[in-house]
Design a protein around this ligand. Structure first.
Ligand SMILES: *Cc1c(COP(=O)(O)O)cnc(C)c1O
Length: 395
């Protein structure tokens, strides 16, 4: 599948050049193949295509050239054999689970996962007889203790949301292999520009393309990357039959956005580092959670595992609890108050009352998501303007 890029190319070059899609018109920027179906010259040609004897497109729920170009480009960047594109990040996770798990199987997952992922596991996989246990992301002994003979999947995001705990992917991959389970990594926070989980032994990477892959807040999409036998075969067949596929228009947006992914992520990292260092010195700020700070508990691991950078997302804990957190958020004039992340625009949110509100207070306390925690997804504005906006609420 990856015959359309030079394996010597780095991630940025792959983002710009891999899976080049060009029609007979010779356009430099790729066209969008907005079509639901494809036509044939004869009944024989049609039958051969349906019978699998001649390769090619039939119907865009199965394959589409623009969606395929996005998938191949992202596979090249993640270093995976195969990639399938989905309608959203959630459908990427759903497709991965339904394609690889059976009733009676068990998942071990980090308790800090994206809220809808926990909802998918508990409410929808749960009623199919697929159960999930939750553990602290950075506690390897906890992962080991939670594994049962039925465990077939370990699921994690790293760095975690909102406290940026970094999970040792190579150690989790060893654990997965020793237990005949798949390690699935939601690489939404880092993207392949910063971290390539497959290099550390992960079996499957999922994405919400909605976040940094687009990076401009325009479209919903997702992707699953991994080996041909899992992703190219099983996940692809699930999608082809069940239908949460990506629209060609959205695929074109993401395909073009991958061309600037590396340079955008580098800029997010540089600004996030500056904001994290500045916040660390402000009165009323008890703690700053950012893997790029030497004070971060897994700073060295993050350096090894995220060679592209420490990411665009940080959290801070204010000594004044919820009142101080709300004051900081309400004092901003430029930052966007929203739970979304991975945008050109800096966003700010209070996790305990929004993204993590449905978790019980005891679980939140155990996870360290206290009332004084505020999460910032650092955007691409001038960093001095971001700092000035945050300074208003800390005075
Ligand atoms: C947003 C998000 C998702 C879900 O993606 P959608 O595109 O909104 O369906 C999954 N995982 C993480 C970490 C996210 O931030």
């Amino acid at each position: 599948m990856n015959d359309d890029f030079d394996p010597e190319w780095g991630t940025a070059t792959r983002g710009v050049r891999a899976a080049n899609l060009r029609s007979v018109e010779g356009e430099h920027s790729s066209a969008i193949h907005m079509t639901s179906s494809f036509v044939f010259d004869s009944a024989e040609a049609c039958a051969a295509r349906f019978g699998g004897e001649s390769p090619g497109n039939i119907y865009s729920r199965f394959t589409n050239p623009t969606v395929d170009a996005f998938s191949r480009r992202l596979a090249a960047m993640e270093g995976g054999q195969s990639c399938v594109a989905t309608a959203s990040g959630m459908s990427a996770i759903l497709a991965t689970c339904l394609a690889t798990l059976e009733s009676g199987d068990h998942i071990v997952a980090a308790h800090t996962l994206f809220g809808s992922t926990i909802g998918l596991f508990n409410n929808y996989l749960g009623k199919l007889g697929i159960s999930t246990s939750y553990v602290s992301p950075e506690d390897l002994e906890g992962w080991k203790a939670a594994i049962t003979p039925a465990t077939r999947m370990l699921f994690v995001e790293t760095p975690s949301n909102p406290l940026t705990e970094v999970v040792d992917l190579a150690a989790l991959a060893d654990l997965a292999n020793a237990n005949d389970a798949l390690l699935v990594v939601d690489n939404c926070f880092c993207t392949p520009a910063l971290q390539r989980p497959l290099d550390f032994g992960a079996h499957v990477v999922t994405h919400s393309a909605t976040k940094f892959l687009d990076g401009q807040g325009r479209a919903l999409g997702g992707a699953v990357v991994g080996d041909e036998d899992i992703v190219g075969d099983r996940v692809f067949r699930f999608l082809r039959t069940c239908g949460p596929t990506m629209s060609p228009f959205n695929a074109w947006i993401f395909y073009k956005a991958l061309e600037t992914l590396e340079v955008r992520m580098r800029a997010h990292c540089i600004s996030a580092q500056r904001v994290a260092e500045w916040l660390s010195e402000q009165p009323g700020v008890e703690h700053v959670y950012y893997p790029g700070l030497a004070s971060h508990a897994q700073h060295d691991l993050a350096r090894r595992q995220q060679p592209g950078g420490f990411g665009g997302i940080l959290s801070l804990r204010l000594s004044g609890g919820r009142a101080a957190a709300f004051k900081l958020i309400n004092a901003t004039r430029m930052l966007s108050i929203t739970a979304n992340l991975g945008d050109t625009r800096t966003t700010i949110v209070h996790p305990a009352s929004t993204t993590h509100a449905r978790i019980s207070e005891a679980d939140r306390a155990r996870a360290g998501i206290t009332e004084g925690v505020v999460r910032v997804s650092v955007g691409l504005e001038n960093v001095d303007d971001i700092i000035a906006d945050l300074a208003r609420g800390l005075e």
